[in-house]
Design a protein around this ligand. Structure first.
Ligand code: SAM
Length: 274
């Protein structure tokens, strides 16, 4: 897979792509990331990439010509002929559609992703209309530029590439995972899978040694080797965390009868505590 990032700050990416899973994936040749300096596609002495907004108002806007030329230099097919499952162009924008794990999974199945990083007040809208397949926001807040958002997207996508993680199950059964929820019987022959918080829920809490830290002990369910007890505890905790921090997720997933009963009890407990 290959990412091409169009930015006025190519040096920004030297460091964030050089650690952990991202570094390993690049070294192993699973992913290639190229940065393209937008100023290299200007034709004036001052290498101007921005101009004042039509209609007046605050700030400056990134001009369309250098971005168009930068994309043209990459040999990407024009929008009408492009197969966006193979190559896709993303405009980063606070006005975009939310970036989610499902979008990360779609992108991980793509061969080539071009990312256009905005700055100032944003990018001339004709860039979006003429070149881009997706307008993506990484959250409901405004960043000063698209570079951090690009790094976030690349990180989330690369860890989904086959071979990027030591244990492929790590990305299958984690928060927001869209895998089916493991069945009870999955744990019958061996230790529980790394997580049972998948199926669109948040992950359950994790603990490691020591078993007691500053007077706080790990939950009893995790002490013994009772796989079924561990499965049930993890599932309940995933439901509890999701109910507490992201109840909106519960409306979007299919839940089992067992989950429904657990949620009813959790809701009752919360009402009693309030
Ligand atoms: N005027 C824009 C607005 O109110 O929506 C904000 C522009 S922002 C200061 C500059 C650039 O940062 C944007 O063009 C975009 O590339 C990037 N950016 C800002 N917030 C973002 C977000 N939540 N997700 C992705 N990119 C973002």
């Amino acid at each position: 897979m290959r990412f091409d990032i169009i930015t006025i700050f190519p040096g920004f990416f030297d460091s964030p792509l050089d650690y952990g899973i991202l570094k390993r994936a690049r070294t192993a040749g699973l992913v290639e990331v190229a940065t393209h300096d937008l100023r290299g596609f200007t034709h004036d002495r001052h290498r101007t990439v921005d101009d004042r907004p039509f209609g007046g108002g605050e700030g400056m806007v990134l001009k369309p010509e250098p971005i168009y030329d930068a994309v043209a230099s990459l040999g990407i097919l024009p929008k009408a002929e492009r197969q966006r499952e193979k190559e896709t162009i993303i405009l980063l924008s606070a006005q975009g559609r939310p970036f989610t794990q499902a979008v990360a999974q779609e992108l991980a199945a793509t061969e080539r992703v071009v990312i256009i990083c905005g700055r100032y007040e944003g990018v001339d809208e004709r860039v979006n209309e003429m070149l881009c397949d997706r307008e993506i926001s990484i959250g409901d807040y405004v960043l000063s530029g698209g570079e951090l958002a690009a790094a976030v997207i690349i990180d989330a996508v690369v860890r989904l590439l086959p071979g990027a993680l030591g244990n492929p199950d790590s990305s299958r059964f984690e928060s927001f995972g869209v895998e089916d929820v493991p069945k009870k019987t999955d744990s019958a022959d061996g230790p529980p899978r790394s997580t049972y918080g998948a199926g669109g829920l948040l992950d359950y809490p994790h603990y490691t040694r020591p078993a007691e830290f500053r007077g706080i002990a790990i939950p009893d369910a995790l002490r013994g080797g009772d796989h079924e007890a561990i499965r049930r505890w993890r599932r309940r905790m995933a439901l509890e965390k999701t109910l507490r921090n992201r109840p909106d997720l519960l409306d979007r997933i299919e839940i089992s009868e067992e989950d429904r009963e657990t949620l009813a009890k959790l809701r009752l407990n919360t009402e009693q505590e309030a």
